[in-house]
Design a protein around this ligand. Sequence first.
Ligand code: C2E
Ligand code: SIN
Ligand code: SIN
Ligand code: FE
Ligand code: FE
Length: 383
Amino acid sequence: MHDSAHDSHSFKLDLSPEQMLKVIFEYTAKIAIEKKLESVLILMANMGREMVVADRCTVWLIDAAHAELFTVVAHGIKEIRIPYGSGLVGAAISSGLPIFIDDAYEDARHNPESDKKTGYRTKSIMTIPFRNNQGEVMGAYQAINKLTQAQTFSTQDMEYLTLAASYSGKSLESIMLHQEIIETQKEIILAMGKIGEGRSKETGNHVKRVAQYSYILAIGLGMSEWEAEMLRSASPMHDIGKVAIPDSVLNKPGKLTEEEFEQMKQHADIGYEFLRNSKRQLLQAAAIVAWQHHEKWDGSGYPRGLMGEDIHLYGRITALADVFDALGSSRVYKPAWKLDRILELIEAERGRHFDPMVVDVFFKELPSILEVRDREADIPEME
Ligand code: C2E
Ligand code: SIN
Ligand code: SIN
Ligand code: FE
Ligand code: FE
């Protein structure tokens, strides 16, 4: 069978020690500053591929909760998942030992199905498990098709890939831990937001929608992806101070008296007091949002009557996101408004309640905002 990739003129050479060092330095520098798990998996796979001069290289991780192995391929949006023990990777991971194969088609553990689909010819394979800081196997490197004239992987290759693998185990573990903490933080925040929401019997997905609207507005206003993400995570807490408002006021079916409304207005200061002492950036953002989401551009809002750009941009963004959603939802004291009427109010309040710049972005981004509104619509409760 003729395979142009293996014509003699296209064979590559193994790396010289200098080239090897260069590859290692370049990739470890990139990996050290990368925080996204997918990006690190791809960088590590590319590092492995260059080190052992393979055509392809994949880093596999164990997903213990689902008894699966998964990986991400370069530029792939999608993860690939296989059952825990399956294939050569599965064999290497369950035994904890490296596997070398000179021709995959002569080994029963190799699954030739994907080659059949893609027309790719897998020949030599080297699979090396790697361990976390506790010494437990947490994944494996898999290099495919050696591109040198030998066409098979050597013990030297194994040593190099083992080196990359030992580094991977430690980096990946700290990144996975970091992600776990971030995800936990987000869930706690969402849960806290829902407490504020739940007490006041507000409709189910209010805090989630406000989060998404805030994100869309933030990006539209030119905020960095990182900061917009932070605002998205922080904004569900805007009404956390409502937990301290008595039920009789919070869930009063009709209009509030002046005195009751004064009481209600305290939720902004109360929320701020809950959150202000945290050093965590995310909670500081949440404190600003809780404090300032009822300030108005013209200075007529509360609790401090701030005006214009004295109101933090987070406050100006969540003010619009919150009111847009509150108007479109039914409350104990009012039915949901029709969209036309809501949009009219927002236009009329441009430069009064709302920052004109935020209103302009709102109308520009209206299609994606309405998409969120539909996607996260409240499902009426059973009974
Ligand atoms: P909420 O119901 O989530 O409303 C959030 C904000 O959306 C309100 O802030 C207001 O700016 C806007 N909004 C909501 N409904 C209407 C409306 O029918 N017309 C207009 N023009 N704007 C509306 P606001 O006014 O500072 O109220 C803060 C919170 O106080 C409200 O959150 C709600 O929990 C409570 N609240 C306000 N008015 C009443 C009331 O008459 N009865 C009861 N039970 N609660 C009220
Ligand atoms: C978050 O988890 O970032 C907030 C919730 C959401 O965006 O829906
Ligand atoms: C909300 O819509 O839950 C917010 C009402 C408020 O911001 O007080
Ligand atoms: Fe509020
Ligand atoms: Fe709200």
